[in-house]
Design a protein around this ligand. Structure first.
Ligand SMILES: [Zn+2]
Ligand SMILES: [Zn+2]
Length: 258
């Protein structure tokens, strides 16, 4: 299936080593499947490897980038890391600071360090006027607390909360981005959340190479598989994939390019 008008994959890790063998073909397949624009997430393997997405975005006119320190890598952040981020944020292809946030599931960095690095990057986003891309896992109350004064908006990426969390994120002015999890049989609560999001706050993503949607579940994910998530989201919201593609693209453009 292709979607006319063009989809936006709002979150992909195309720098991942799993794409080293066939990155060009992966990007070609995405375009052939109707994915017109891609947002490359620039967390890399943590600092000092923060330019991965910028390098990709420089090579393709339809690709854009974020820069940020993932909560997993928070303990690797040094004072010069934030200087580097501030510099990279000035690049014309860098549209957001992210993915940043809190991950208390893996706890790969101590929680107090995660909170400090998150807060520092929210401050950097405020300073540079950029929206933020949020990663949050098993850390919802602390995530909300950290975002209490935030006004510039952004994305709750790979949204996997229920209706209550969706309403809280919406109240903070965030967009909700849905990925492959939406297609998983047990994700009824996520589908319920996806039903109540206003049209103008919806986004879609793959988070590839992670979290491939059904029927590719368990395989390496890639942007071309975005169409499966779009089909599911369209069914949940009782609309067509084409209309959903159109409105999520318009939302993405409004949030990041205007
Ligand atoms: Zn994430
Ligand atoms: Zn990600």
């Amino acid at each position: 299936m292709t979607v006319a008008g063009g989809l936006v994959d709002s979150h992909c890790h195309l720098d991942d080593a799993r794409f080293n063998e066939d990155r060009e073909q992966v990007i070609e397949r995405a375009r052939a499947a109707g994915v017109a624009r891609l947002m490359a997430i620039g967390t890399g393997n943590g600092p000092p490897d923060l330019e991965v997405a910028v390098r990709l975005a420089e090579r393709y006119p339809f690709m854009y980038a974020t820069v940020g320190v993932h909560p997993h890598d928070a303990s690797k952040a040094a004072p010069e890391t934030f200087e580097h981020l501030r510099e990279l944020a000035r690049h014309p292809k860098v549209l957001a600071i992210g993915e940043i946030g809190l991950d208390y599931h893996y706890d790969l960095s101590p929680r107090d360090v995660q909170r400090a690095v998150f807060a520092r990057q929210v401050g950097l986003a405020a300073e540079t006027g950029k929206p933020i891309v949020i990663h949050t896992r098993e850390a919802w109350p602390d995530t909300l607390a950290a975002l209490a004064g935030w006004r510039r908006g952004g994305v709750m990426h790979c949204f996997t909360g229920g209706e209550r969390e969706a309403r809280e994120a919406l109240a903070l002015g965030f967009h909700l981005s849905f990925g492959g999890v939406l297609t998983f049989p047990k994700a009824g609560e996520v589908r319920q959340a996806a039903r109540i999001v206003p049209d103008d706050r919806l986004l879609v993503e793959t988070d590839c190479p992670y979290l491939a949607p059904v029927p590719h579940r368990g395989k390496r994910n890639e942007p071309a598989f975005l169409v499966e998530t779009v089909k599911q989201l369209a069914a949940v919201r009782e609309t067509t994939p084409e209309q959903l593609g159109e409105l999520t693209s318009a939302n993405w453009q409004r949030l990041f390019l205007e």
